[in-house]
Design a protein around this ligand. Structure first.
Ligand SMILES: Nc1ncnc2c1ncn2[C@@H]1O[C@H](COP(=O)(O)OP(=O)(O)OP(=O)(O)O)[C@@H](O)[C@H]1O
Length: 401
């Protein structure tokens, strides 16, 4: 992997304040999902603000794409186009009287022509699932919707790096899951995504690289499994280990489970336990089907009838477009996060489910389930919903607009 951001011995003290950073050296790899984790006051926000030049270190250096950050207006403007920053509180970021004007603010400032601005706004609002919100005043939106407006405003400038300060703070669990899924989508489209959080569970599940901070210093960095496996380090940072890792470590201490790779998900963990209890492959039991549909190609009425006919026991919606489609079509998904794993878990106990998604994620679902089937030896059928022939015949292609 290529290093995109590098800091060397950064120090920073707020005027009349404490030393917020006391010598921070780190590297962020291009395309990674990095979580900066630490308790309140550890210096996470201060560090993130350095990455797009909003704060300047007292000492030390920050390099972006191999070059030291410069602080003249032109260099900063260029840096901020490449490194987008989403504040913890979206009210600090949203400035215009309508959603459309707010998202257009960045591209207009970049000097894009009107057509390109309109396209950037349309694409960004589509990405975060806020089509139809163009004329709404942002200050009347819910916390989760405001967060998505703020994200759209940054996406409209097409940055390479997205920095999120406490992305799920103040959001209810469902909105928090939606925002984290959006961050996954952004990372899978090749962007580098960085978050700060004190939510160890979230960081463990989401990140591929974790940096543990306390009192302006880095205590540890590495994979989340490594960083969060050290109880001493976590205690020093006044944090608790993620429940999954805690349980795994307890079982490993007791010799019940081999200490090799800690599980990252409930699916991985249950597989390991099942293998210990039943051997590698369960035979003779029915494996459930996973039906799959592309929200952009299916008729909502037919899909609703398919679900209401009892053809599946569980419904998951993956991605903002699919969730938006489900809302419009009055389909209420049981799962909106970790959808593939949850449907695999249900298939393993013989229950059928439907995954609604869209675009490139349809192939991603097929790939992920095929990989799981190959690794586990449990063949899980994935059936495009159009091939289902029920009482009403096969579900056809797109009929509604
Ligand atoms: N604008 C400011 N003026 C003075 N001191 C500040 C300012 N912002 C932060 N600090 C102090 O700097 C230290 C680091 O704060 P920072 O906000 O970076 O931590 P954090 O890890 O992001 O915390 P939190 O999780 O609570 O957001 C804290 O002691 C804080 O009180």
């Amino acid at each position: 992997m290529r290093t995109l951001i590098e800091t060397e011995n950064l120090t920073y003290t707020y005027p009349n304040g404490p030393a917020a950073l006391a010598g921070v050296s780190l590297r962020i790899e291009a395309g990674s999902k990095t979580a900066i984790v630490g308790p309140n006051g550890a210096g996470k926000s201060t560090l993130l603000l350095m990455f797009n030049g909003m704060l300047r270190p007292d000492r030390g250096e920050i390099r972006f794409a191999g070059r030291p950050i410069a602080y003249d207006n032109r260099s900063l403007r260029d840096l901020r186009r490449r490194v987008g920053f989403v504040f913890q509180n979206p009210d600090l970021q949203i400035i215009a009287p309508t959603v459309e004007a707010d998202v257009a603010f960045g591209p207009l400032n970049l000097g894009l022509p009107p057509d390109a601005v309109r396209k950037a706004v349309r694409d960004a609002l589509g990405y975060v699932g806020l089509q139809g919100y163009e004329r709404r005043p942002p200050h009347h939106l819910s916390g989760g919707e405001k967060k998505r407006v703020a994200i759209a405003g940054i996406l409209a400038m097409e940055p390479d790096v997205l920095v999120f300060d406490e992305p799920t703070n103040t959001l209810d669990p469902a909105s928090a899951e939606e925002v984290m899924e959006l961050l996954d989508e952004l990372a899978s489209s090749g962007r580098t995504v960085l978050i700060s959080t004190h939510d160890v569970e979230l960081a463990y599940r989401w990140a591929d690289s974790a940096i543990l901070m306390e009192r302006g210093r880095i205590l540890a960095r590495g994979s989340p499994e490594e960083v969060f496996s050290d109880p001493g380090l976590l205690a020093a940072a006044r944090l608790k280990p993620p429940a999954l890792l805690d349980l795994y470590n307890e079982l490993a201490f007791r010799g019940i489970i081999d200490r090799d790779a800690p599980p990252k998900s409930v699916l991985e963990f249950t597989d390991r336990i099942e293998r210990i209890l039943h051997g590698h492959i369960r035979t003779g039991e029915r494996v459930g089907d996973v039906y799959l549909c592309d929200a952009e190609r299916v008729c909502g009425d037919e899909l609703r009838r398919f679900i209401e006919s009892g053809a599946v026991e569980h419904v998951g919606a993956m991605g903002t477009r699919a969730k938006e489609f489900a809302g419009r079509e009055r389909i209420y998904p049981d799962y909106t996060y970790g959808v593939i794993d949850r449907c695999i878990l249900k298939a393993l106990i013989g229950e059928d489910s439907l995954i609604i998604t869209s675009g490139g994620m349809v192939e991603h679902v097929k790939r992920r389930i095929a990989e799981y089937s190959a690794e586990s030896g449990q063949k899980i059928p994935v059936i495009p919903v159009e091939e289902h022939k029920g009482r009403h015949g096969a579900i056809g292609g797109r009929i509604s607009s």
